[in-house]
Design a protein around this ligand. Structure first.
Ligand code: PHE
Length: 347
């Protein structure tokens, strides 16, 4: 950057020439502003030179010298503005001339996926919807009444121990241990006939390779006049065939639940070996998937249904387990790790 010339020693015209040349040559806006600040304006070299010339001029010529000085300052301003504009034009032209490689591949987006449990839940909902079951839901934080008491498990009932409940401190609230409380909520809200399925998240205090403290169940409930155990088996069989394929069969084994009588454990013929015996079914040919039974009159009493007139069945099974069997996923924890290598297989 050339040093500013000693202003007083140069005449104003020569100074203006130099300034104009430097302004026109400034390559960047910052350089241009520096040149402008050095020569132009109230503080610049030209103003000082003009002032010196005025001082040196005889009295009758001072006015004329001042006018020449003002004209010189205006020329500097004009040159500055012009260069500022041309720098802007140059930058725009450079931008426009920049070439775009239209052959470059675009950036691809990895699409999201529905979780296998969501796929399974939706498939289950569709199958039961075809049988006329409507969807019902309830809260995950439940009252003791809905989760236990109305399901014929009074406070000291031993069956409560089977459920490994998470309790909320200092209240009678808990994390629901099954979807059966939605049966109670549904029956309290409507009169028979009732035909609902209730999918949802449930919680139990266990955690090992085959159990997660949070998992998913679907509950089914059908109440009407003259509903029988055969209807229950027919619905479960239809479901199993629609979900796993026509070769699937269902087995009901005697069992106990406080809220059903009679109660049954509900098994599927092994979907891996078709009943021949394999590791998954522990060579039994059957896979245990859920519980079922006829609604106990004691439950009807809690929701004020007439058990002389109405009968009903209920069932509940794990959605996670159904998803694992359908999609051949060997470890329940894989369902909750969010690993893309698994999820990407479920578009
Ligand atoms: N709620 C039971 C459980 O989670 C399953 C069940 C539902 C049994 C409905 C009978 C009828 O273990």
């Amino acid at each position: 950057m050339p040093q500013a010339p000693e202003p007083e020693k140069l005449d104003v015209v020569a100074l203006v020439d130099t300034a104009e040349r430097e302004l026109a040559a400034a390559a960047t806006e910052q350089a241009l502003r520096e040149v402008h600040a050095r020569y132009g304006g109230r503080e610049g070299a030209i103003k000082r030179a003009v002032q010196a010339a005025i001082n040196a001029a005889p009295k009758d010529r001072k006015r004329e010298v001042g006018q020449v000085g003002n004209a010189a300052l205006q020329r500097i301003e004009g040159a500055f503005e012009a260069r500022l504009r041309s720098l802007g034009d140059e930058a725009r032209t450079r931008d426009l001339a920049r070439t775009v490689d239209v052959t470059l591949p675009g950036r691809s987006h990895r699409p999201g996926h529905l979780h296998p449990i969501t796929h399974a839940r939706r498939a289950i909902e569709r199958i039961f919807a075809q049988l006329g079951f409507t969807l019902a839901t309830g809260p995950q934080v439940e009252t003791d009444f809905h989760n236990f008491e109305a399901l014929a498990m009074p406070p000291d009932h031993p069956a409560r121990d089977m459920q490994d409940t998470f309790y909320l401190a200092n209240s009678d609230l808990l994390l629901r241990t099954h979807t059966s409380p939605v049966q109670i909520r549904t029956m309290l809200a409507q009169r028979p006939p009732v035909r609902v399925i209730c999918p949802g998240t449930v919680y139990r205090r266990d955690d090992d390779p085959t159990h997660s403290p949070m998992f998913h169940q679907v509950e089914g409930l059908l109440v009407d006049e003259q509903v029988t155990f055969a209807d229950l088996k027919g619905v479960l069989l239809h479901f199993a065939r629609a979900f796993f394929g026509p070769a699937t069969t269902v087995r009901l084994r005697p069992s106990f639940f406080p809220f059903t009588e009679p109660s049954a454990e509900f098994d599927l013929s092994c979907v891996f070996c078709a009943g021949a015996g394999c590791r998954t079914c522990k060579n039994t040919g059957w896979i245990e998937v859920g519980g079922a039974g006829m609604v106990d009159p004691e439950v009807f009493r809690h929701v004020d249904y007439d058990s002389e007139r109405y009968t009903g069945f209920a069932f509940g099974f794990g959605i996670d387990r159904m998803a694992m069997l359908k999609y051949r996923i060997s470890d329940i924890r894989l369902l909750y790790e969010g690993d893309h290598r698994l999820l990407e297989q479920f578009p």
